[in-house]
Design a binder for this molecule. Structure first.
Ligand SMILES: [Zn+2]
Length: 214
C-alpha cells in the first residue's frame, strides 16, 4: 500500500474530528495532498470514522479519477481537488459539520475580525460561500472564489472548509473556526461582538503578512 504514513494521518484526523464533536455520523471529510504528485488522499463515503482504516482511504488524481477500487471517494471530492489545484500552499483540508459553525453558516453572516487569531489562523474575516448543492462543481467553484488566499470558509447551510499547509494545521484551523463561531453566537446574545478597531486589524494584518513571508 502506497503512502501509508499519509493515509494514517487522514484516518487519525477523521477519528479526531468525530471524537471532538466537529462532525456526526459519516458527514464531513478529510484529505491531504500527496507531495510532488498531482494526487490526493481522501476519506471514503458511507463509512463511519470509527471504522475507517488506512486501506479505505482513496487515492484520487487531479483528473478526478480514483486510482484504486474498493470504496468510493467522498462525494465532496470536487472541491478538495479544486483547492489543491489552485492553492499550492495547501497540503491538508478538513471539511467539518460542527454545530456553532453551522449556526453561523445557516444565518449566512460574515464573522468580522474580533479576535487576534482570526488573522493568525484564518487570514481575516470568516466569510460564507454562496449556497450550491453538496458535491457539485458549482459548490467547488463558489468555495474557490470566496476562499481567496485565506485558510477557512463557511459553506451556506452546510459546514466549513478548513485548510492548512498540512493536516495538522488544517485540523487546528477547524477547531479555531468552531471556537470563533461559538463565541460569535454567544456574543450575539449579549448584543453582538465589537470588531477589532482599524488599527488592531492593521496590526494583525501586518503580523500575518510577516509570518507568511518567513
Ligand atoms: Zn459536507
Amino acid at each position: 500500500m502506497e503512502y501509508e504514513d499519509l493515509r494514517k494521518q487522514v484516518v487519525d484526523a477523521g477519528l479526531k474530528m468525530y471524537q471532538k464533536g466537529l462532525t456526526h455520523g459519516t458527514s464531513g471529510n478529510i484529505s491531504c495532498r500527496v507531495p510532488q504528485k498531482e494526487k490526493m488522499l481522501i476519506t471514503p463515503s458511507n463509512i463511519s470514522y470509527e471504522q475507517i482504516q488506512e486501506k479505505d482511504i482513496m487515492l484520487v488524481n487531479f483528473a478526478g479519477e480514483a486510482e484504486e477500487t474498493g470504496r468510493n471517494p467522498s462525494s465532496e471530492t470536487p472541491f478538495h481537488l479544486m483547492i489543491y489545484k489552485n492553492r499550492k500552499d495547501i497540503g491538508g483540508i478538513v471539511h467539518s459539520h460542527s454545530v456553532y459553525a453551522l449556526a453561523v453558516a445557516s444565518s449566512r453572516k460574515t464573522v468580522p475580525v474580533f479576535l487576534d487569531e482570526m488573522f493568525s489562523e484564518i487570514g481575516g474575516e470568516l466569510e460564507v460561500s454562496d449556497y450550491a448543492l453538496p458535491g457539485s462543481d458549482e459548490l467547488a467553484s463558489n468555495i474557490l472564489t470566496k476562499l481567496g488566499d485565506k485558510n477557512a470558509l463557511l459553506l451556506a447551510n452546510h459546514g466549513t472548509v478548513c485548510c492548512g499547509k498540512d493536516l495538522e494545521e488544517a485540523f487546528w484551523v477547524a477547531e479555531t473556526v468552531e471556537k470563533i463561531c461559538r463565541i460569535f453566537v454567544m456574543s450575539s446574545l449579549l448584543g453582538g461582538v465589537h470588531p477589532l478597531p482599524d488599527e488592531g486589524v492593521e496590526y494583525q494584518r501586518m503580523m500575518y503578512e510577516m509570518r507568511k513571508d518567513l
